[in-house]
Design a protein around this ligand. Sequence first.
Ligand code: NAI
Ligand code: MG
Length: 345
Amino acid sequence: MAATRTANAIPATLIPGDGIGPEIVSAAVEILDALGAPFAWDVQPGGMAAIEKFGDPLPQSLLDSIRRTRLALKGPLTTPVGGGFRSVNVRLREEFKLYANLRPARTLIPGGRYEDIDLVLVRENLEGLYVGFEHYIPIGDDPQAAAISSGVNTRAGSRRIAEFAFDYAVKNRRKKVTIVHKANVLKALTGIFLETAREVAKRYEGRVAADERIVDACAMQLVLDPWRFDVIVTTNLFGDILSDEIAGLVGGLGMAPGANIGEEAAIFEAVHGSAPDIAGQGVANPLALLLAAAMMLDHVGRLDEATRLRAAIDAVLREDRVRTADLGGKATTKDMTQAIVARLR
Ligand code: NAI
Ligand code: MG
């Protein structure tokens, strides 16, 4: 890896992961090398591979590595069924306070239901209705007659995610941020988010435009006229739902990248899982992970390399028409890797 020898190499943790993980991660590393990307990889086992070696899908060595590099590219991890392991993704989110979930959606293959989609959803990842403050109330002889859930949004958490969204817009040359809420009904819980985000928006006036939508109207407009959106920022539950909706606009979760970003670390990955049904066959589509790698380049300020990588992917899909089976083609992971490397030369 040439990049590891250069003076301004950026240390980063690399987690090959489970199932198709090692296949798509090695494809990504080969392509990033061809691109001349600056990362110096510290390879760390996670998931099933780490359970075999350390008895934990998220071993201390992996956590220590991310704490040191503050940057990771992660293959999918299989969550073992039973055995009492907590979701590795939730653990990573808590461990490194990864408060921002970033989910872009961009049209990659023309001829789908929508052309020229290019939008980014910024989801608050630690607060809201996902804090898990839930309980039942017994009434009469029914111990679970009523269910209660409390959401928590703080001014500090709302400010942090709004600032993240507006900063992201500035750095990535985006024009508008739409604040999505339900403050007409959830007056306190999402009112605090809306008010705080408005204050942040004011500070970016003249640099990034801002507008607001109520979440249900936003969901409809995303289907009717998605081109009116650019960056969307919203609370945890709404973000969970809308991020899958925007992935649907560009053909589903199969090629969707995602990032979880916090003050202590940033972790980039494909949204899909370890695909055990096709693991080891050499046919996995490496593009979601590669698009996550492009986000990682954006994150470290290497916008030109990120742009070159996305352009190479576009050229391979649109002009060379090299596509894996999940995209209706016949190409293997290796064919796809070679085609992208050829486009980078
Ligand atoms: P999955 O995303 O692994 O697979 C769903 C379907 O999509 C399968 O038919 C698979 O072959 C196909 N697929 C997924 N990625 C593909 C790719 N790159 N190229 C070609 N086809 C692809 O979801 P599933 O089966 O529900 O989960 C499998 C395992 O992955 C589970 O243990 C789950 O916990 C884990 N998982 C991990 C995630 C992560 O680490 N971020 C996210 C989602 C699931
Ligand atoms: Mg979700």
